[in-house]
Structure formats: structure tokens, C-alpha cells
Write a protein that binds this ligand. Sequence first.
Ligand code: FA5
Length: 342
Amino acid sequence: MTDLLGPVEEGVARVAAAGSLDELSAAEQEVLGRRSAVMAARQQLGALPAEDRKEAGKAVNEARERLQAAVEARRAELEAAARAQRLDAERMDLTEVSSRWARGHQHLVSQTQEQLEDVFVAMGYRVAEGPEAETDWYNFEALNMPPGHPARSMWDTLYLKLGAPGSVLLRTHTSPVQIRVMQSQPPPVYIVAPGRCYRRDTPDARHLSVFHQIEGLVVDRHISFGDLAGTIEAFTGAYFGPTIRSRLRPSFFPFTEPSAEFDVTCIFCDGAGCRVCSHSGWIELGGCGMVDPNVFEAVGIDNEEWQGFAFGFGIDRCAMLRHNIDDIRHFITNDVRFLRQF
Ligand code: FA5
């Protein structure tokens, strides 16, 4: 019978050299398959004289077992290496992620909102809030705009499919918070109410369809238009500094009488006229006026005893003016090169 010692040593070396599980399968076939030296020796056993057969059979089995053990050992090594490689590829290095991505920060509009709140809190105001999904009554009717009132067209409204058609909407301004506050507490009232507003406005350099306003409401005894004008001046001075001029010009809002709009000088052209200010030299910041007696009536406040003023202006516009941003749309494009500057 063929001597198996040499083929077994070669076979073990061949198996140990397999660099992958596929190579190992090929090597296993070679050293233990039908055409291997061990199998050939096994087939020769029947032809041996009976007295030699036992010894030869034992030698064949030992050779097979040695080769099989070598294959199993190499398979275990290769499988462990493959598993380690897979784990390494799938591994998530959390420390690497946190150092690769810079930490975020508050959006400029939120920063501006907090700064404006601070200006008014320093003047003794409280911060109030109200819902963004409002009823028609709070957004319009209680603000002296009954159904069908022509002034409703001043605000291009987005209605929600909730309740009776046209009864629930996305608030077009923060003025409904005036009503909610007056319903919830007796005068005197000194509040500001910042928040998101929605309109079917076409976006341009000064308009977005989702933007932010801050509402102010004061209800007290002996309040006059002079208090309102002084408050606006105090606020513009505190927030923009002395270089920006402001002006009040007569206007109309159904919920204030008399009403005014307040503008600040356009910082982009210093009043000369440019694209951002529509060549007027001024940028409109908000509306204001003395609370209309019909609004007091809607919330049950005696307008003989109490007077009040209200104002509402754009937070996004304040941020634009203070930081020289010539297009309000930068706030929503999420370009980190823009956002990182503030
Ligand atoms: C109002 O919304 C009134 N509620 C303001 C008011 C409150 C008047 C209290 C009287 C008393 P107006 O529609 O003009 O008014 O909006 C006020 C300000 O919100 C504007 O001057 C502007 O600064 C900002 N604003 C309005 N529409 C947009 C818009 N589409 N995108 C960005 N800012 C806007």
C-alpha cells in the first residue's frame, strides 16, 4: 500500500496555507476527496492480505483524522478572521461621529426672538403664548372682523380641514394672543407674545409664508398714543442701537383705532432706496395702535375705565436689519455657510 506519511504532511501544509474559506474548500477536496491519496489508499485495503489489512486500515483512518482535524482547525481560524473583519466594517465609532460633525446652535431667528423678549421683559412685560392653529373667532372675529369683513383680505389665510369649513386656520398674525390673554386675566396687562405665523404670501426678499411676529399688548388706566410711540422708540433704540431711525405713519387695522405702521431706515441703502426696501428707503417692521373699543367689548373689559395699545412686528425682519441680511429666504434654505455666521 502507498505510504501515507508524505501525502499527509503535504496535505496538512496545503490546508494550513488556505487563505480563505473558498481556498480551504478546494484544499479539503484535494486532500480528502475521491481523488486524494488517502482515499486511494482506502480503496487498496480490500486487495491486501487479511493479516496486513487491519494495520493498514488503522493507518488510513489516522491519516484521514489528521487531515480532517487540520481542515477544521483552519476553518475555525478563517471564520473567526472573517467575523472580526465584518464587525470592524460595521463598527460605529461614536467618538469619531461626534468629532466629525460640528455641534449645532440656535437658529438666528430663535436667538432674535429671545433678545426681543429680553428687551420687553426689562421694561416689565411678561411673555405669553397662544396656539398656531386658531379658530376664526380668535384670529378675526374677536379682533373686530366679523365674517365677510373686507379687512380679512389683508391676510391671505390658510384654512385647516377641521370642524366646520373655514372655522379653523393657521394664525395669520400673533394678534389672537391679545384676546386669549385678556380672557385669562384682568387688567392691567403688559405682555409680549412671540410666535410663528402663516400666510399665503409668495416668498420674496422680505416675505415668507411661514414667518415670526412678536405681539405686544398693554392695558392699563390712562394709557395714551404717546405711551405707544414712546414704547416703540424705546424698543428700536434698545434693539437696533442709536444709528437706526424709526417712524410711525398712519394706517388701518380693524382692531386698533387710531392705527399706525412703523418703519425703520433701510440699513442696506441708508435710506437712499434699493431692492430690499422696494426703493422706499424704509423697511416696514410692524403695525400698532390703540386697542379698539369693540375688542374690549368682545372680552368684557370696560373701555371707559381701561385703555390700551397693541403692536405686532416681524421677528425675521428685525434679524435681517440687525445683521445685514438682504434676503429673508436665507433663514429657511438651511445653508450651513449662512447659519454658521450667527
Ligand atoms: C399684522 O399682522 C397686525 N396683526 C399687526 C398689529 C398688531 C397691528 C397689533 C396693530 C396692533 P401686518 O400684516 O402688517 O400686521 O404684519 C406685521 C409685520 O409682520 C410686518 O410689518 C412684517 O414685519 C411682518 N410680516 C408680515 N407678513 C410677513 C411675511 N409674509 N413674511 C415676513 N414677515 C412678515
